[in-house]
Design a protein around this ligand. Structure first.
Ligand code: FAD
Length: 623
């Protein structure tokens, strides 16, 4: 990575180096703030005790270079501010770069008009606050959406789309549809797509569609003079006092790799213009404002369990091996008077929020994001996982070795806002009380069963534990899995044994398996299932016509635990993304958006990009 000179750094950016060492920006040995202090903050620095010196400064400091951070940076820079973006990962992009790149921005975009789609901010606003839409579980998706936030969002989604076009984002030249993401209503087609067809590479950490969205924005931001510092994790936001006053800057700690398992040095793709530092801690002064766009808390069991106690540590957060979603933005904001908000939204089983996946044999089993051997982060993961082509080839058991639902039930019950159910309502009429009655009510689903049954759970957390797919050698053959290729099954998440008793012992050694699986229980489960195959009827869970006995050794177990997709709760913000206290007061100079913010029961990029678009401008102009 190139170390840029002080002059180069200052040129055209307005970003200042407060205490650069030796003429360059490679800083080392900065004092670790607050060490040895006795304070309510423990090892963490007191956010009201300002550092003796600032290492860097900029008008607008942005934490997180994902769907919020990238547009925010460009907007703030366009408004004349100097901008510094800090990210803890080795590369920019966060979840946005590994996302599908399906961008449901509506409200009357030029592409919607091109395609003759009727939409405007009013239609969009009424969609985003339509109390009458529910999922099949009976969850009202938009009912608890904060009105102030969605008013601003509805007014700014179309301008945000035009902004993306103006700033170089290349959407596929296909008609607007509703075929990948969801969460911005069902009255009009709203979705454009960035497509990446060249596979995984350094440029594209996972080969996913979001690559173009993020690389295009990154390139524009850098061209316009935005500066990036990677591998630094924001730990503290400094504020004048805990209950009043402005925010003044941040402290961040060096994170050369985001997971300890990494065995190769990971490098960003576009290194030009990145500020390179390796001091253990750095401080950055924000002359005007700070924007927190750190993503959600899907990998932080303590935060996610505020609203759903079932989400204990065995449940992986989607793609957390790439960007961790550790809730650090929310924690730092709450430490200076901010408040969590809209947490009800996180507790809803709203469809795709909790996923059961067809990828098995690895802990991170995100269905359409398999980290194959060509990805830069493969060494962290060690395996790709297997695709379960047909659940007739396997049964699924819980941590005690018992089945809990039909394996063919698959994902959660249909969600009204998801693309596949776009037409579920037939004659959908905005805000019509009859809408919810048109959705078939299916409160039970595979995920509810997997997590809520809690069989064999133990104190202190009483976790439901992992779920395991169990197959015999005939099942594996039908699946056509390359079981001897170590790139597929992870040694701690994929096991082979000559007997079911031995298989249960191996499962029991998994670090997330808190309960020892009794081999006899597993054997009883398999024997009973085999009797269902014989009669062609699953008496326990109504799996449609069970087809294959599980009887020919060796036997296999593959991790397939439910996972958490993204976060729908976070800190309290205003419509214009200013962070608010529990009393409703603005914390001056502090903005937040995207998955770390609350008030929106909305999946994905449309909300995050729009909030970045809004926050970037406000941070630079209002401050
Ligand atoms: C596999 C996958 C596919 C998806 N596909 C789609 C899709 O097709 N369409 C759609 O609408 N949505 C999709 N989503 C959701 C969407 O990508 C996210 O909702 C969105 O990117 C969140 O934006 P964000 O800015 O809040 O967080 P992110 O985009 O995750 O960015 C947060 C950034 O902050 C950094 N960070 C975190 N903590 C710190 C810290 N303390 N200090 C410094 N940096 C920090 C992270 O490293 C990361 O780079 C997908 C998500 C996943 C996981």
């Amino acid at each position: 990575m190139k170390k840029i000179s002080r002059r180069e750094f200052l040129k055209n950016t307005g970003v200042a180096a407060g205490a650069a060492v030796g003429g360059g920006l490679l800083l080392s040995g900065c004092a670790s703030l607050g060490k040895g202090q006795t304070s309510p903050f423990g090892d963490k620095p007191d956010p009201t005790k300002l550092p003796e010196k600032w290492d860097l400064e900029a008008d607008v400091v942005i934490v997180g270079a994902g769907a919020v951070g990238l547009p925010a940076a460009i907007r703030a820079r366009d408004a004349g501010a100097s901008v510094l973006v800090v990210d803890c990962n080795y590369d920019i992009g966060g979840h946005a770069i590994i996302s599908g790149g399906n961008v449901p921005l509506g409200g009357g975009t030029s592409w919607q008009k091109r395609d003759g789609i009727v939409d405007d901010p009013e239609i969009l606003y009424r969609d985003l606050t339509d109390w009458s839409v529910t999922t099949a579980q009976g969850m009202p998706i938009y009912r608890y959406n904060e009105r102030a936030i969605h008013r601003v969002m509805a007014d700014n989604m179309a301008p945000c789309f035009e902004f993306l076009l103006e700033n170089g984002v290349r959407f596929a030249e296909i008609p607007i549809d509703n075929s990948g993401a969801n969460g911005t209503g069902i009255s009009a087609l709203r979705e454009a797509h960035t497509r990446w067809t060249e596979g995984a590479s350094l440029e594209s950490p996972s080969g996913a569609g979001g690559t173009m969205l993020c690389r295009d924005l990154e390139a524009t931001a850098k061209r316009k003079g935005v500066k990036f510092i990677l591998n630094y994790h924001m730990d503290v936001i400094f504020r004048e006092s805990l209950s009043s006053g402005r925010v003044l800057g941040i402290q961040a700690s060096y994170t050369p790799t985001i997971l300890p398992e990494a065995t190769v040095p990971l490098q960003p793709f576009l290194t030009e213009g990145n500020i390179v530092m390796d001091a253990p801690n750095i401080t950055i002064k924000a002359n005007k404002s700070i924007i927190i766009g750190t993503g959600g808390s899907s990998s932080n069991p303590n935060l996610r369990r505020i609203v759903d106690p079932r989400l204990t540590e065995e449940i992986p957060g989607a793609a957390s091996e790439f960007s961790p979603q550790d809730g650090s933005g929310e924690l730092a904001i709450c430490a200076i008077g901010g408040a969590m908000w809209g947490i009800m939204n996180q507790g809803m089983e709203r469809g795709a929020q909790l996923l059961a996946s067809n990828t098995v044999g690895v802990r991170h089993n995100y269905p359409n994001c398999r980290w194959d051997t060509r990805t830069p982060i493969f060494p962290k993961l060690k395996a790709v996982g297997f695709i379960m082509r047909d659940w007739q080839n396997a049964i699924m058991v819980n941590q005690v070795g018992k089945r809990f639902y039909s394996e063919l039930a698959g994902f959660a019950a249909p969600s009204a806002s998801s693309y596949g159910y776009y037409d579920n309502y037939g004659g959908y009429v905005q805000h019509d009380w009859r809408n919810s009655g048109k959705m078939p009510f299916r409160p039970n689903n595979y995920i509810a069963a997997a997590l809520a049954e809690n069989e064999g759970s133990q104190p202190p957390d009483y976790s439901a534990g992992p779920q395991w797919a169990i197959l015999d050698s005939d099942g594996v053959a039908r699946q056509r899995w390359e079981i001897d290729n170590p790139d597929y099954g992870h040694p701690e998440y994929f096991f082979k044994a000559d007997t079911l008793e031995e298989l249960a012992e191996k499962i029991s050694a998994n670090p997330y398996q808190k309960h020892r699986m009794d081999g006899q229980t597993l054997k009883t489960t398999v024997d009973r299932y085999n009797t269902f195959v014989a009669v062609g009827r699953d008496e326990d869970f109504d799996k449609p016509t069970p087809q294959y006995r599980i009887e020919k050794p060796p036997f296999y177990a593959a991790w397939n635990t439910v996972m958490l997709h993204d976060t729908y709760m976070g800190v309290r913000i205003s419509g214009t993304c200013q962070v608010l206290t529990l009393e409703g007061d603005v914390i001056p100079g502090l903005y937040a958006g995207g998955e770390c913010s609350g008030g929106a029961n909305a999946h994905g990029l449309a909300r995050c990009l729009t909030q970045g678009y809004v926050a970037g401008y406000e941070a630079a102009v209002t401050g």
